[in-house]
Design a protein around this ligand. Structure first.
Ligand code: IMP
Ligand code: MG
Length: 414
């Protein structure tokens, strides 16, 4: 059995939840290795819609779930999800915690940024990675040893900070003690047995702390190689990377977005795609697919092992236009280098007009398979493949589990 990692290639919300749920059937363990409860992974199973913030989206498949050390773990959020789902999860002893202190600090920092706020999810993510780096964060292992979280080195200089009480620590310990584990050791054992592991990336490559559009990024690493750190599992032993990208582009929160659309057209796209944040409910900013940034994301995510899944193609169907950005223009000169955007700011997209996708019965097409796809969608796929030089292995055309069209029988067998 092979190991795989699913990575978002845009600014998050590419539809990874659905893809993980779909693939999970083929794996024995599902592992989160980055981020925390800022994630909002949506899975639609039958009539039910589940949104996972901290549990891996494979939860509905009854698989063994893990949270690797790269995750910042909010015990209150985990408790809520464990009450709602009958899931088997283990958390690494090394995960540092998100306590009331980190959430308090996240809110205060955003307030203090005023008009230049990042637009965080308010889940304490930045402060949780910061307290980890400052080496004052409590970890799962500390709680189990009965240590009370102690932030006095920081709170002595921050007046009025909310800090975890002994009652908070006790209830966090109650939930974590029975499920704490040495995750790298368990993953190694699973791999040695020949069982498959699926790693679930949170957010997207363009929100990576180092490689994204800093400072409008999340505070963890969102690229495939972070499996090595965030789960303690060698990336060399990950056989395939499944990059997920929407057929268009969205962003929730502030930061550059060259292909962003405004006005009634954007409104229409937002409504068609139900583009509202699953963690915060905020309307997402929407725009055309940006192949310049997508190529950059591919290059950061083990391109030799990567295949692409395009999601939400159905959302564009029946729209009058279909554009994709193929370059940026900066003050009259054109470039396909995404890093220019990071270093220079204001880019104008250079678009290629493609044939619009017709209205179609996507349920029927999904049943019939790849060959039944409208020619316009095939051309779109060809265009994306030629630009990126990677293979598109599946196209998702609706939120339900069965609304996925695989090019061949199993995506991960590439
Ligand atoms: P933070 O991760 O809460 O610190 O937020 C930093 C930035 O990342 C903000 O723009 C958030 O909207 C964005 N972000 C964080 N998590 C997600 C996610 O799961 N999907 C989409 N955007 C996210
Ligand atoms: Mg999301």
């Amino acid at each position: 059995m092979k190991n795989a990692v699913v990575i978002g290639l845009q600014w998050g919300d590419e539809g990874k939840g659905k893809i993980i749920d779909y693939l999970a059937a083929d794996f024995n363990a599902i592992v989160r290795f980055n981020g925390g409860s800022n994630a909002g992974h949506t899975v639609k199973a039958g009539r039910e819609k589940h949104i996972f913030h901290i549990l891996p989206s494979g939860a509905l498949r009854g698989k063994q779930l893990y949270l690797g050390s790269g995750v910042v773990l909010d015990p209150d959020s985990l408790r809520k999800e464990l009450e709602a789902e009958n899931a088997r999860v283990k958390v690494d002893y090394r995960c540092s915690l998100v306590t009331p202190f980190e959430k308090w600090l996240d809110r205060r920092l955003e307030e203090s940024r005023g008009g230049s706020a990042i637009g965080t999810t308010g889940r304490g993510i930045g402060p949780a990675y910061a307290t980890r780096m400052l080496r004052v964060a409590p970890r799962v292992a500390d709680l189990i040893q009965g240590k009370q979280p102690d932030y006095t080195s920081l709170t002595s200089i921050i007046a009025g900070a909310e800090i975890p009480t002994p009652e908070w620590a006790k209830s966090a310990r109650d939930i974590l003690e029975p499920i704490a584990a040495d995750v790298p050791a368990e993953l190694m054992e699973i791999d040695t047995k020949g069982d498959g592991i699926l790693f679930e990336g949170a957010q997207g490559a363009l929100l990576d702390l180092d490689y994204g559009t800093y400072p409008f990024v999340t505070s963890s690493h969102t690229i495939a190689s972070y499996v090595g750190v965030g789960a303690g599992f060698s990336v060399n032993m990950v056989d395939s990377v499944i990059g997920v990208a929407k057929a268009y582009q969205t962003r929730v929160g502030a930061g550059p977005f060259p292909t962003e659309l405004g006005g009634a057209f954007a409104e229409d796209l937002r409504t068609r795609g139900d583009e509202f944040g699953s963690t915060t409910g905020r309307p997402r900013r929407v725009g055309w697919l940006d192949l310049v940034s997508l190529k950059y994301s591919v290059s950061l995510n083990e391109p030799k092992k990567l295949s692409l899944i395009i999601t939400k193609a159905d959302v564009l169907s029946g729209m009058k236009e279909l554009k994709v950005a193929v370059a940026y223009s900066f003050e009259g000169s054109e470039t396909t280098d995404f890093t220019r955007l990071i270093s220079c700011g204001n880019a104008q997209p250079v678009y290629e007009d493609l044939e619009p996708l017709p209205a179609a019965d996507w349920g029927m097409i999904a049943k019939q398979g790849w060959d039944a796809m409208p020619i316009e969608l095939k051309k779109f796929v060809d265009f994306v493949e030629n630009y990126l030089r990677v293979e598109v292995s599946a196209v998702s055309v609706g939120p339900e589990r069965e609304m996925i069209i695989e090019r061949r029988r199993r995506v991960i067998s590439y």
